[in-house]
Design a protein. Structure first.
Length: 168
């Protein structure tokens, strides 16, 4: 009988380096990387211009992708979800994936100060101009007001990584 794959998840403030870290972990482990930004930008090009747009389209994606992720994990392949886990509510979707399956998992908390996140967002606006209308300091401030650090009571296997400088 095959062992289940491991689900690797992230919690971070916007701009803390989640996507960069997700790619790095995927390259180091051989796990399948599923990126919310990639799926959303391909399914809904130029349609996500506000936080409410993002919430609507993200919910649609999550409802169809959850059983797919569970199936991959059941077949023994690890999955890295490049999806935000900024709030308890967002992390509750991670719990839904794990529910009843007892998949091994790891929640990587990329801990970063606001100043560093804003520097990275400014840098990203230059390198990913298609995301500049959504990835900006105003959206960061709007999203960041809801940020909740993960707690032990959520019952995740948490690894904290302190972010201190801009990734090259």
């Amino acid at each position: 009988m095959k062992e289940n794959g491991t689900l690797i998840l992230f919690c971070e403030k916007m701009g803390a380096g989640k996507s960069t870290k997700a790619v790095e972990v995927a390259q180091n482990t051989g796990a399948i990387l599923i990126s919310e930004n990639e799926w959303l930008s391909n399914l809904y090009p130029r349609e996500i211009c506000s936080l409410s747009n993002y919430i609507e389209y993200s919910s649609r994606l999550k409802s169809i992708i959850k059983p797919h992720i569970q199936n991959i994990l059941k077949h023994g392949t690890s999955v890295i979800l490049d999806f935000p886990g900024n709030t308890r509510r967002q992390r509750s979707w991670f719990k839904e994936i794990l529910q009843d399956n007892f998949f091994p998992h790891q929640l990587i908390y990329l801990k970063a100060e606001d100043e560093l996140c804003l520097q990275r967002i400014t840098q990203r606006q230059k390198s990913h101009t298609e995301r500049a209308t959504f990835d900006n300091p105003e959206t960061f401030k709007q999203v960041n007001q809801y940020f909740e650090e993960p707690t032990l009571s959520e019952r995740f296997n948490i690894e904290v990584i302190e972010q201190r400088e801009i990734s090259k």
